[in-house]
Design a protein around this ligand. Structure first.
Ligand SMILES: [Zn+2]
Length: 406
């Protein structure tokens, strides 16, 4: 080891091509001179490493023309991440409905599809159908299948991030331990004829939180998103990364016991999700003679201003708000975002009532309680960002450049 670590944690004198790309992508250094200055690499070494990135098509010269160099001398050409060299496929599974999209590497949705896809039909059927959707979406977006660099999938259950498998998911019968990555990769190949690509899987609330934090609250260092649809889950983003805990169980607040007697889909009694989820509200509406079977049905009723649905959503908000008082006290987030089928004024009113009453003023003084900005696209955007951050992480850039022969 000959390099020395600078105050910013950058290893000076030995930054790889991947690290240079990361500096350009983050905007910390966007000229050759700035890269030299930040890394301590010589002009020639920076040039050689950038050349590999140019040849791979991952870097391009900016359209804005030359800017002043931090090293003085001639103005420098700006560098930017070439987001046109590949695309990402993503999908977000709900219990009876799914969304899929083609995204650019910078997170722009290029084509999108949503439709009925019933999770209870099991992984074989659902993932095969997704493969078909992906093929159609690529055609719609005008991209070839061999341009796809990876696939990201959001699922409504706890995920072991190392294997991409769901672990004892209460609302995904038949999916426990199933090889989602392998099957979805095969479905993509079967429907497009393209070679296999990496598939990454994570919990939907985690990916929604990641997508929302990055796109709308990039400076918020402690961000919590609570998704209330058929189930209830939370995603926590700390310091720009999803906080998963050691087993991927962080944020699974739907199964905290709140003392009620209702039977939950997880098999226990008295879970928060059994009394305050979209599913629970739908059940209570149905008991009162209002046709509703899912969180999505409740969302439609709320949108039409249905008074009983609004009253039940507000009560559900109070129950969730009580649990969120603990969440907020533990994490002291800057933003608490409410998303999912129930996210609307009645539910938010209920959340605020209990949250501010039960949490310490110190932990809510600077707290913003907001609704989703990306809406139903949050999971797709978060899944795309997960794939891009994985594939363009410095160490992986090096592996991939070598594999491509650069
Ligand atoms: Zn439960």
């Amino acid at each position: 080891m000959t390099g020395r670590t600078s105050a910013r944690g950058q290893v000076r004198g030995q930054a790889s091509a991947g690290e240079l790309l990361a500096l350009v992508r983050s905007g910390r250094a966007t000229t050759r001179g700035a890269l030299q200055q930040l890394t301590g690499l010589s002009r020639a070494t920076v040039g050689q490493r950038l050349d590999r990135l140019f040849r791979a098509g991952w870097l391009r010269e900016g359209a804005g023309g030359p800017v002043d160099s931090p090293l003085g001398g001639r103005p420098s050409i700006t560098l930017e991440f070439d987001d046109a060299h590949a695309v990402v496929l993503t999908a977000d599974l709900e219990t009876r409905h799914a969304r899929a999209a083609v995204l650019s590497l910078t997170g722009e949705i290029l084509a999108e599809h949503s439709g009925t896809l019933v999770i209870e039909d099991g992984p074989e059927q659902v993932l095969t159908e997704l493969g078909r959707w992906f093929a159609e979406l690529l055609e719609k977006a005008g991209h070839r299948a061999d341009e796809v660099c990876g696939i990201g999938l959001a699922v409504p259950g706890p995920v072991d991030i190392e294997t991409g498998r769901v672990v004892q998911p209460p609302i995904m019968p038949g999916w426990d331990g199933y090889d989602i990555r392998g099957r979805l990769s095969r479905a993509f190949t079967d429907h497009t004829g393209a070679p296999p690509v990496p598939v990454l899987v994570d919990n939907d609330a985690n990916l929604m939180a990641y997508g929302e934090q990055r796109s709308g609250h990039p400076d918020c260092s402690a961000f919590v998103l609570v998704k209330v649809s058929t189930g209830i889950g939370a995603g926590v983003v700390v310091g720009g990364s999803v906080f998963r805990g050691i087993d991927g169980g962080a944020g699974d607040i739907g199964h905290i016991r709140v003392g009620a007697e209702a039977l939950c889909r997880c098999g226990s009694y008295g879970c928060l999700a059994a009394v305050a989820s979209g599913g629970a509200v739908a059940r209570r509406l149905a008991e009162a003679g209002v046709p509703a079977a899912s969180g999505a049905d409740v969302r439609d009723l709320l949108a039409s201003g249905h008074p009983e649905a609004a009253a039940l959503a507000r009560e559900a908000g109070r129950q969730v708000g009580d649990v969120l008082a603990t969440v907020v006290t533990l994490l002291n987030p800057g933003v608490l975002m409410i998303a999912g089928d129930l996210a609307g004024t009645p539910f938010l009113t209920g959340v605020r009532e209990l949250l501010y009453q039960r949490a310490l003023p110190r932990s809510t003084a600077h707290l913003e309680v907001v609704t989703s900005r990306l809406g139903e696209r949050a999971g797709l955007v978060g899944a795309g960002a997960m794939v891009v951050e994985h594939l363009y992480a410095p160490e992986r850039v090096e592996e991939r450049l070598v594999a491509l022969g650069y």
